[in-house]
Design a protein around this ligand. Structure first.
Ligand SMILES: C[S@@+](CC[C@H](N)C(=O)[O-])C[C@H]1O[C@@H](n2cnc3c(N)ncnc32)[C@H](O)[C@@H]1O
Length: 389
């Protein structure tokens, strides 16, 4: 289940976090296709400078470690998986360099040889906005000699995906499908007139603070960047206000909108923002600072759910859980968030969760906490509260 047979050798790969009944492999057919393509076409030499964008759990960087890749990642889970998989496969520290998704192009890319060829591998992310932002960020690193190959499962490659490569990199074509996956080949065109990167984007909230508009900035990876998500809006309208809330966590904070509004409504509380996405945490920091500057205490953690938040320390947790992890749709993360919330809450602490009606979070919370109450609902969303006893 976790042994990847590749043309570069066999590697043991696990996802992060490791789950007892892991149903999903740490790599997909698109990773395998890409590895075979690179080997069959002898595209990698000892002096190749290799950049990998969005390596999921090490499915590319681990087999390709001997080329000392630089990996660009927005995800804490991916980063941890790559580090652990490197250890498990006896790959020395520092062989794989991981940098965050807001890299300034060129500043950190370890070009090992100016004479070697440059190969850029891209796993197509779920979000088109993220792909657009990433292509803009890597374009300045490319030249006519660069080899650019992207990979994804066929169902995740759309005309709009290819249009972005055409618009930002240059002429683009796809391979035949293999095991329901496909490769995308893009050729850098230096003469292409490329528009500016439209990210980060901003939107004005339908609320004011002391009669002043609140403007929110969103990096490309952030959930619902162009307007306030309908669920978040309903949640904000119902954020509780209590003097007893000393510490409030915005769990899976995205742009931090829930924590920000909770801070405004509960002026004495300390707010902790957590998200596994680097861009989400950076957006939250920016948005919090733009309202409070440094007048208000807050903590920002790029982490897995509530890792790093002490047990029995939190009065209120606000959560709009994700229902997918990259392309995989499941409720593992929501369940993990609820479980870790129970540990992080102090006695009588409250977890407030919003979800679409059909997600039935009420039943899950009741099972875990022994209680769950619908605070408010509308046609689409339900807000459920569970109390730690
Ligand atoms: C539905 S969005 C909610 C964003 C924001 N709170 C809102 O209401 O607009 C879910 C968020 O959970 C984050 N997330 C997904 N998996 C996570 C994990 N394992 N740990 C922490 N955050 C995670 C995603 O990056 C995303 O920002």
């Amino acid at each position: 289940m976790n042994l990847l047979n590749s043309p570069l050798g066999d590697f043991t790969l696990n996802r992060f976090p490791l789950r007892k009944k892991a149903m999903l492999r740490a790599w997909d057919a698109a990773d395998e296709y890409l590895l075979h393509y690179l080997a069959e076409n002898k595209l990698l030499q000892d002096d190749t400078s290799l950049l990998i964008v969005n390596d999921g759990f090490g499915g590319l960087s681990i087999p390709l470690n001997k080329f000392q890749p630089v990996v660009i990642s927005d995800s804490y889970l991916s980063t941890q998986a790559i580090l652990l998989n490197a250890q498990n496969n006896n790959i020395d520290d520092g062989v794989i360099t991981i940098i965050d998704s807001l890299l300034t192009p060129g500043s950190t890319l370890n070009v090992r040889s100016v004479t070697g060829n440059h190969v850029v591998l891209i796993k197509v992310p779920k979000s088109l906005a993220m792909l657009e932002d990433q292509l803009h960020r890597i374009r300045p690193l490319l030249d006519e000699q660069s080899v650019i190959v992207a990979a994804a499962m066929t169902k995740h490659i759309h005309l709009s995906t290819l249009a972005l490569f055409e618009k930002i990199i240059g002429p683009t074509k796809t391979s035949l499908a293999r095991k329901k996956s496909r490769l995308i080949f893009s050729q850098y065109d230096g003469s292409l007139k490329v528009a500016n990167n439209p990210y980060p984007k901003s939107c004005v909230l339908p609320y004011k603070l002391d009669d002043v508009d609140i403007k929110i900035n969103n990096h490309a990876a952030v959930f619902s960047q162009e307007k306030l998500d309908a669920g978040a809006r309903f949640f904000i309208e119902n954020i509780p206000i209590e003097k007893k809330y000393k510490t409030i966590v915005d769990l899976g904070c995205g742009n931090g909108i829930l924590g920000l509004m909770a801070a405004i409504k509960n002026p004495l509380a300390k707010i902790i923002f957590t998200d596994e996405s680097y861009m989400a945490v950076e957006s939250s920091i920016q948005n919090f600072l733009s309202v409070f500057e440094d007048s208000r205490e807050a903590e920002f953690l790029q982490t897995d759910c509530l890792r790093g938040v002490a047990d029995n320390s939190v009065s209120l947790i606000l959560c709009n859980p994700p229902f997918h992890q990259d392309h995989a749709i499941n409720d593992n993360v929501a369940w993990q968030m609820f479980l870790e919330s129970r540990a992080a809450l102090e006695n009588k602490g409250e977890l407030w969760v919003i979800g679409n009606r059909h997600l039935a979070y009420h039943a899950k919370l009741k099972k875990l906490f022994g209680n769950a109450e619908v605070v408010v609902s509308n046609k689409k969303f339900v807000i459920v509260k569970a109390i730690k006893n």
